[in-house]
Design a protein around this ligand. Structure first.
Ligand code: TRP
Ligand code: ZN
Length: 475
């Protein structure tokens, strides 16, 4: 959407903060000043979270703790009615802040139940509360909106967000699509819990993340109330709608599984989905305990999408997945969902890890060794797309889902494994998942952990495999 940074748009709002003096003013006077000058300068929240690849994703000045989304979708009219209630906390004094939202019509905004002024500016919903909010204050934002959601086209040409299908909608928000269906602080830096309630025509199923708290049918409509109580990045939220066959059961490990499968994909999906409990159990042995209490799959029939997404607890597939894809999206629950990015530049921490999980699965289930997979890739000539850019520095949002991120990212992990040995390597993966569970991790934190855990200097290895241009020479 914004292929190049827009420094002017960002700079305009980052006026130097000179508010510290206010903190020393007696409370009564501060209230008076606040009332007299609700739009004092220097207190606007930034329109972006500072990500160079997606400068307007996320926002500054507050964090969201919880989203309560209530949606109703008319499939034939492709019309969405929504109410979003966000529980948030300011990180600075704020007389104005942004949410990410594109398309749709906003019909009202309240802050702490008081109507607030708002305007639209591209993908920003700019909200001016009646009174400015002090730093560190918990507050509540309610947005009512409606319209026909339109997917975003990403810099790499793929579509994401709310994508209509012949029987509902395929809802996949990576990297930018959350803003097509709810107002959000839509950068993975800011994770929150979610209640997602979706009303659809009776006979259709709406599937979101976490557990199904309630389901009821009245007057020809069914309402599904989903709750994800673990922190989740906005791009991992879904509200996928279709005609689905539903299968529910609890695994031996106590994980509640909810699978929703388009009947057109059912026979192809069945043998693969039957493996989900054993895949999760195998990954738990390798990576540490599965991070969530719920799991499952949404297998849609959505030709033309061309990708699957690791939607938290319940990955979303555009058609019946093969076992390798199931392994990949499941591995993301540890790497990408539980341990989240702080910047899209670090995307190899998601895709390199999920790809290496595929190699490990193959190795441990009678297929090629990871070494053999590595060797086959290493044999590709220097001009191949695999070597087009370094995985630790893809350069732009256009490249985040490219071959270097997935395959060379996995190669970097394989090189690490060879350097430190299996014992330390798998300990590093488990420590990584455990130490950053329900949180965030950066490339620098990962390389530091690897060095500490192994007692080896690994800067050369990581530099070579993550950051050098072109095909690395064999060590
Ligand atoms: N993260 C997804 C996966 O590898 C892939 C993905 C999500 C994607 N959104 C995309 C790929 C958009 C291309 C374009 O599991
Ligand atoms: Zn992936």
């Amino acid at each position: 959407m914004t292929p190049s940074p827009r420094p002017s748009a960002r700079r305009a709002t980052t006026v130097p903060r000179r508010r510290a003096v206010l903190a020393t003013v007696p409370v009564a006077l501060a209230a008076l000043v606040g009332a007299a000058a609700p739009s004092a300068p220097g207190t606007a929240g930034a329109p972006g979270a500072g990500d160079p690849y997606f400068p307007l994703s996320g926002n500054g000045g507050y964090h969201v703790q919880h989203y309560d989304l209530t949606l109703r979708y008319d499939i034939t009219r492709r019309h969405l009615d929504g109410t979003a209630v966000l529980t948030a906390r300011t990180t600075q004094r704020l007389n104005r802040f942004d949410l990410d939202l594109t398309g749709l019509t906003v019909t009202g905004v309240t802050v702490d139940r008081t109507p607030a002024a708002f305007r639209r500016a591209g993908q920003e919903l700019v909200v001016t509360p009646r009174r400015s909010l002090p730093a560190g204050r918990a507050f509540r934002i309610a947005v009512t909106y409606q319209g026909t959601p339109k997917p975003v086209t990403d810099p790499d040409g793929s579509q994401d967000g709310w994508i209509p299908t012949d029987d509902g909608a395929f809802v996949a928000g990576e990297p930018q699509g959350a803003m097509t269906w709810f107002p959000a602080d839509a950068h993975p830096k800011d994770k929150a819990s979610y209640d997602i309630t979706i009303t659809v025509p009776q006979g259709r199923t709406a599937v979101a993340n976490g557990s199904l708290a309630a389901q009821h049918t009245a007057q020809g409509r069914t309402t599904f109330h989903w709750r994800e109580d673990r922190p989740m990045a906005a791009y991992l939220a879904t509200a996928t709608i279709g005609t689905f066959q539903v299968q529910r059961f609890t695994t031996r490990d106590g994980i509640e599984v909810y699978n929703a499968v388009d009947p057109r994909e059912a026979s192809a999906a069945a043998p693969v989905l039957a493996q989900l409990p054993s895949v999760l159990a195998w990954e738990s042995r390798l990576f540490g305990p599965y991070p969530y209490r719920t799991a499952g799959a949404i297998v849609d029939h959505a030709p033309g999408i061309g990708y699957a997404l690791e939607t938290q607890t319940r990955p979303l597939y555009d058609s019946a997945p093969d076992l390798t894809t199931l392994v990949h999206e499941s591995a993301h629950q540890w790497f990408g969902d539980s341990v989240s990015l702080t910047t899209w530049k670090d995307i190899w921490l998601n895709e390199g890890f999920a790809t290496y999980a595929e190699w490990l699965y193959t190795e441990q289930h009678g297929g090629d060794s990871a070494q053999k997979t590595f060797d086959a890739l290493y044999a590709t000539p220097p001009g191949d797309a695999l070597w087009a850019y370094p995985p630790g520095d893809p350069g732009s949002g256009k490249n985040i889902f490219g071959k270097p991120v997935y395959a060379r990212g996995a190669m970097a992990l394989h090189e690490l494994r060879k350097a430190v040995g299996d014992r330390d390597f798998f300990r590093i993966l488990r420590d990584w998942a455990a130490q950053h569970r329900d949180g965030h991790g950066t490339t620098a934190q990962f390389t530091q952990l690897a060095e500490r855990a192994s007692g080896k200097r690994l800067d050369g290895l990581f530099h070579t495999w993550l950051f050098t241009r072109g095909k690395p020479n064999r060590a």
